[in-house]
Write a protein that binds this ligand. Structure first.
Ligand code: SIN
Ligand code: CO
Length: 385
């Protein structure tokens, strides 16, 4: 990860970000309900990442970048990485370059995400940034998740619609609404923010060279969560009993499955599942803490001794690697897919690390050091610079 060339961004008070609303009022009146446009919510945000830097991220092996183009009414979609030469060949209109997970590549972008921590981290996905020349965009569509669209450089026109018809153009390489009927439109400038609830149809068209930052949220599907839990059950189920039928009587229809047998088996399976129920929330919590699939942690070249780590940590403090997910629920912590039950002496420090994602040296208690040392040596934690 590159740590250079980051422009510091003075983050505004939360009330400004939400257009004068308290987070409570925002959640009550807008979250998952209706769009909210806030003019000048994040002044200076256009200095965070330059177009050149975004183009360089699009060339990153572990980055996730896409290029959407519209030529003579036809949409195309290509997947990166894209070299400087690939991007230099593009026309001067009607394309959009999208780079996912910029928070993993740029510490300033990661800090910007922290500003949305009035939403639980378990809901947060990543920061995507798009770059487009005039006319560029990804077409009218809807997303199944909430998103904050923050305007970086340039101007863009957003059109939105609450239409029920969400049918898509058949066989298009990306999801474009077949019949978009805009109901409202805004021209946004650097620093403006547009919140959209899930399934709100939208179309953003660049009016000049333009960059848009999308803070996206996760909404795992019921299918995904259930499969995840069933996989956990397959690995963990412990049901040592066997079917038995001491009351069996003779039959004249040996080909028939006895009702009593099916009832008995259904009862036994239900009982086994009921006993595993306590694990459901832990299994889901571990899943929610799993890093994104493209994250690979690089352990330090030489793991420091515990003493050396303690000395440096006490001086500098630590922060989670931007790809690390540390969450907590009741007495348990979940980090990068693993579940931990910390001892009471460690608990407050680890919960503070989960909530703030960094800790100053003097906020770290000695009892937590061995665990933090392990996480540091796994590449999950870094020194604060
Ligand atoms: C974009 O930044 O061009 C697309 C963002 C979106 O519509 O979700
Ligand atoms: Co969208």
């Amino acid at each position: 990860m590159s740590k250079t060339q980051t422009s510091p961004l003075e983050l505004p008070p939360l009330k400004r970000l939400l257009g004068g609303l308290t987070p409570r009022a925002f959640f009550r009146d807008y979250w998952q309900k209706k769009p909210l446009l806030v003019k000048n919510a994040l002044p200076g945000v256009e200095k965070l990442i330059s177009p050149e830097r975004l183009r360089a991220f699009a060339d990153h092996e572990d980055g996730e970048s896409r290029l959407v183009q519209r030529r003579r009414g036809h949409w195309s979609l290509d997947f990166g990485p894209f070299s400087k030469a690939d991007l230099a060949d593009l026309p001067n209109k009607d394309w959009a370059l999208l780079v996912q997970g910029v928070n993993l590549l740029d510490p300033g972008a990661d800090r910007l995400l922290n500003h949305f921590n009035f939403v639980p981290y378990a809901r947060l996905d990543d920061l995507m940034i798009s770059l487009a020349p005039p006319g560029g965009g990804v077409g009218p569509h809807f997303d199944p998740y909430d998103v904050f669209l923050i305007q970086g450089i340039g101007r863009r026109r957003w059109e939105i619609s609450t239409q029920k018809d969400q049918s898509l153009i058949p066989n298009a390489p990306l999801r474009i609404l077949a019949d978009f009927q805009p109901e409202q439109s805004w021209e946004v400038e650097p620093g403006d923010l547009l919140y959209l609830p899930p399934h709100c149809a939208h179309n953003g068209v660049a009016l000049s060279e333009c960059m848009t930052l999308s803070v996206g949220f996760r909404s795992p599907s019921d299918q995904e969560m259930t499969i995840q839990f069933l996989n956990h059950l397959i690995d963990s189920i412990d049901a040592p009993g066997h079917y038995n039928d001491p009351d069996l009587t003779s039959t004249r229809h040996p080909g028939q499955i006895p009702d009593a047998m099916l009832n008995n088996i259904a009862h036994r399976v239900a009982r086994t599942l009921a006993h595993s129920d306590g694990d459901l929330k832990a299994s889901i919590s571990r899943y929610l803490s799993e890093p994104k699939p493209n994250i690979f942690f690089t352990p330090p070249a030489r793991c420091p001794s515990l003493i050396a780590f303690m000395q440096k940590t006490a001086r500098q403090g630590v922060r989670l690697h931007p790809g690390s997910r540390l969450l907590w629920h009741k007495k348990d912590l979940f980090i990068n897919g693993e579940q931990i039950r910390p001892c009471p002496a460690e608990y407050p420090t680890l919960v503070a690390l989960a909530d703030h994602r960094s800790l100053a040296g003097d906020a770290i208690t000695g009892t937590t050091m061995p665990r933090l040392h392990d996480w540091f040596c796994a590449g999950w934690l870094e020194y604060l610079s």
